[in-house]
Design a protein around this ligand. Structure first.
Ligand SMILES: [Zn+2]
Length: 163
């Protein structure tokens, strides 16, 4: 896996303006952690409703800005759409992702259910486990799990890109 500079990461965002991308809060430990992660994801420490994901795609590095929707989880266990980890209700957040500004001046957004802490890489690679919940038995190898998570993230970014 490659490492990327802060400039490359800021340039990768597809659904915010250049000015907004410059102002994104990019913690140093995020930049340093690329090699051990499937994709980069972090929550703005100063504005915890704002999250960011950056992944390698066929078109190069692509990043998306997302907003966590307020509201409590249902209390039922829910699954992250990216890493397929089961969490108690509060461990999953509904996020809203703005699509890029289209030629027709038409804004819209899509939603996804993801790990509330955006730590999908850690869950996929077994560094983190949700408390008090049993995961479904899986027969995939760690490599296959990592590939699936990356695939899901790329799929999500692809859907954001589609106008
Ligand atoms: Zn996840």
């Amino acid at each position: 896996m490659l490492t990327y500079t802060e400039t490359q990461i800021r340039k990768s965002f597809i659904n915010c303006s250049k000015g907004e991308a410059q102002r994104i809060n990019l913690p140093k430990d995020v930049l340093g952690g690329w090699e051990s992660r499937i994709f980069l994801a972090w929550i703005d420490p100063k504005a915890p409703q704002n999250g960011y994901m950056v992944a390698e795609t066929e078109d190069g590095l692509r990043g998306i800005v997302l907003q966590k929707k307020a509201g409590k989880g249902s209390g039922n266990a829910q699954m992250c759409q990216l890493c397929m980890t089961l969490h108690p209700g509060s461990g999953i957040s509904l996020v809203s992702i703005q699509r890029p500004h289209t030629k027709r001046d038409h804004y819209n957004s899509l939603g996804a259910y993801v790990c509330a802490d955006l730590a999908c890489s850690d869950y996929t690679q077994g560094r983190k486990k949700p408390d008090g919940i049993r995961q479904m038995g899986e027969t995939l190898t760690p490599e296959q799990r990592a590939a699936r998570t990356l695939d899901n993230v790329q799929g999500l970014i692809g859907r954001v890109q589609q106008n």
